[in-house]
Design a binder for this molecule. Structure first.
Ligand code: SAH
Ligand code: SF4
Length: 350
């Protein structure tokens, strides 16, 4: 602002307009002088993301594809739950370094991390869409493209921006971060003075299988990961979500369910305050046209798995999948540009 010869409080006015009032351009900020609005429009992009496409799923979820200023694309999803919850799933990186075998994002490779503004602007886009209908974003999950803990500083800034009382003002308890198991990130997260939720993508109860599915397990195997999670629960006294992706014939047997229960029972704090969230595999498109290497579990295996967890006194839920018909479900986000099915509306900037 000083460069433009403006007092510092102008910056605050603009910030409030963007984050609290959800304005979509400098021209809409009517408490700053018109000449300044015109100057800003000429000199600066209002947003670092441009909306390229939106697709609406049969189940009501909406996937948005954005282009960044340097021309890469990222995706985010709005999930409207029946209870009125409006959850935005944001990406934290363009692609992902972790390269999990079952994940479309991993198959993309890795381009770069996203900035705090690029992360927050994904939420602001959907907040504006919802505002027009008299609704608001109630939850944000860091479960889109990318590994949040390989972009820790920017993810932390984005969380602080979303939580800012003088800005977007989203409660910390309404924010969740999912990691594939970056132990130093989990340790840093545990030491934060906040109420943000943590989810761990476990997906296999033993190292052999987990390393095949998730190469990151070779760097941070279960004997490092599990104590870090135990320490997280002990320190924060917050419930840990353990995500377990069910892959037919691979990790969905009764034996796997018992091994998962054994693992959790070994770590008393995790056992005390965790819930296993069973995710049914969503098919991932392979650009080479090869058939998918993985498949969803049979309903009968899922039932047996759930029964064993119940018998072993493990708290579990089954994740309802949203947006699989528009490749917007867990693991399907890959910044792909599919044929346009719905106009994004008048504005192309977010
Ligand atoms: N990188 C982070 C967060 C994003 S992925 C992580 O891995 O935790 C969000 C969740 O979707 C993770 O649990 C991930 O393992 C899961 N997932 C990945 N590919 C999937 C697929 N094809 N079907 C269902 N879930 C998938
Ligand atoms: Fe990255 Fe998560 Fe996909 Fe693994 S599942 S490749 S960590 S986005």
């Amino acid at each position: 602002m000083e460069e433009l010869g403006q007092p510092a409080y102008r910056f605050k006015q603009i910030k409030l307009a963007a984050y609290r009032d959800l304005e979509d351009g400098f021209s809409a900020i009517d408490n700053i002088p018109l000449t300044l609005r015109l100057d800003l429009d000429r000199l600066l992009p209002f947003s670092e993301l441009a909306l390229k496409m939106e697709q609406k799923s049969r189940d009501g979820s909406v996937k948005a594809l954005f282009a960044t200023l340097d021309g890469v694309s990222i995706e985010s999803v709005l999930i409207p739950y029946g209870d009125g919850t409006r959850t935005v799933c944001v990406s934290t990186e363009v692609g992902c370094q972790a390269d999990c075998a079952f994940c479309a994002t991993g198959h993309l490779g890795f381009a770069r991390v996203l900035t705090p503004s690029e992360i927050v602007e994904q939420v602001l886009h959907f907040a504006r869409v919802l505002k027009a209908k008299g609704e608001r974003v109630t939850n944000v999950v860091f479960m889109g493209e990318g590994e949040p803990f390989l972009n820790y500083d920017n993810v932390k800034s984005a969380i602080q921006m979303l939580n800012d009382k003088d800005g977007f003002n989203l409660g910390q308890r309404r924010i969740s971060v999912s990691t594939s198991g970056i132990v130093p990130g989990i340790e840093r997260f545990s030491a934060e003075d906040w109420q943000v939720n943590l989810a761990i993508s476990l997906h296999a109860p033993v190292n052999g299988l987990r390393s095949i599915l998730m190469p990151i397990n070779r760097t941070y195997p279960l004997e490092q990961l599990m104590p870090a999670l135990d320490a997280y629960v002990a320190k924060t006294n917050r419930k840990l979500m353990i995500e377990y992706l069910m892959l037919g014939g691979l990790n969905d047997s009764a034996h796997n369910a018992d091994a998962l229960a054994d693992l959790i029972h070994k770590y008393k704090e995790v056992l005390r305050l965790s819930v296993v969230n069973l995710i049914v595999y969503n098919p991932v498109k392979d650009s080479s046209g090869r058939p998918d290497r993985f498949k969803a579990p049979r309903p009968a295996s899922l039932r047996v798995f759930e029964e064993i967890l119940t018998k072993r006194e493990i708290d579990w839920t089954r994740r309802a999948s949203f947006g699989s018909d528009i490749s917007g479900a867990c693991g399907q986000l890959a910044g792909e540009v599919a044929p346009k099915t719905e106009e994004p509306g008048e504005s192309t900037s977010t």
